[in-house]
Design a protein around this ligand. Structure first.
Ligand code: SF4
Length: 228
C-alpha cells in the first residue's frame, strides 16, 4: 500500500522556493506554531489533500526541466515517512532535495530515528530552525530569520554561490482554479492584497464565479511562502 502525504499546496515548477527550477511541496500540518508564521493555514494536520506518494513521485518525475524538489511547510519532518518515500525516488531520479524545517538539525539528530536520519542523508540543503519574527533575515535569499542555518549537506550546492544572496522573488500563476502567488512572503502578501482589491473592483456585480487567491510561502521561517 502506498504511503500518503498530506499536501497543503504544490507548485510543479518554481524559481522562488530554492535554487534553480524546483517542484515545491508544502506539507499540511506543523506542530511548532512560530509567532508570525506566514502559513498558519498549514498548522492543522487535517487540511490539504491526501496524495499517494507513488503518484506524487511520478508527477515529479514527469515534470520537465526541474533540478530538484523543495519540501516546505507545514513541517516536513512531522510527515517523515511519506516525505522520505518521495525523497528516495527523487534522489534515485537524480534530482536534488531541499528541506525547510522548523526543527534544528541537532534536534532532529537527537531523536535517533532511522527514518529521520535517512531523510537527512538524502537532503542536499537543509534550512533549519524556528521562524523568529524579531530576527528578520536581510542578506540571504529564501531565509526567513537570521537564526536559521543553511546546512549544505552534500557538495551539490555551495554557500559561496551568489544565487543564495540575490533578491527574493515572487511568482504569479493564473489558472482555471484561481490565482496563485508564491515566493517571498512579504512581497507575495502585498501583491496578493493588491490583486484581490483589483479583482473585487472588477468583479463587482458579476457572478461569484471567480478568482481564488492563494498566497503561499512558507519556509520554515522562511520556510515557505508564507511561513518563512
Ligand atoms: S514557520 Fe515553519 S516551523 Fe514555524 S510554524 Fe510556520 S510552518 Fe511551522
Amino acid at each position: 500500500m502506498p504511503a500518503i502525504l498530506r499536501v497543503g499546496l504544490s507548485v510543479p515548477d518554481t524559481e522562488a522556493e530554492g535554487p534553480g527550477r524546483r517542484f515545491a511541496i508544502w506539507v499540511q500540518g506543523c506542530p511548532l506554531r512560530c509567532k508570525g508564521c506566514c502559513n498558519p493555514e498549514l498548522f492543522a494536520f487535517s487540511g490539504g489533500i491526501e496524495r499517494a506518494t507513488d503518484d506524487l513521485a511520478a508527477e515529479i518525475a514527469n515534470t520537465p526541466g526541474i533540478e530538484g524538489v523543495s519540501f516546505l511547510g507545514g513541517e516536513p519532518f512531522s510527515h517523515v515517512g511519506a516525505v522520505l518515500d518521495v525523497a528516495r525516488r527523487v534522489r534515485a531520479g537524480g534530482l536534488s532535495i531541499m528541506i525547510f524545517t522548523g526543527f534544528t538539525l541537532a534536534e532532529l539528530r537527537a531523536r535517533r530515528r532511522a527514518d529521520i536520519d535517512e531523510l537527512i542523508a538524502l537532503t542536499d540543503l537543509l534550512v533549519d530552525g524556528r521562524y523568529r519574527r524579531d530576527l528578520p533575515e536581510t542578506r540571504r535569499r529564501w531565509i526567513g530569520s537570521s537564526n536559521q542555518i543553511m546546512h549544505f549537506l552534500t557538495d551539490r550546492y555551495s554557500a559561496t554561490d551568489p544565487q543564495f544572496y540575490r533578491r527574493n522573488t515572487v511568482e504569479i500563476r493564473l489558472s482555471r482554479d484561481g490565482l496563485l502567488v508564491n515566493g517571498w512572503p512579504g512581497a507575495a502578501d502585498a501583491l496578493a492584497t493588491t490583486l484581490t482589491t483589483c479583482t473585487d473592483d472588477r468583479m463587482a456585480g458579476r457572478p461569484a464565479a471567480a478568482l481564488r487567491m492563494n498566497s503561499t510561502a512558507h519556509r520554515p521561517g522562511p520556510h515557505a511562502t508564507k511561513g518563512r
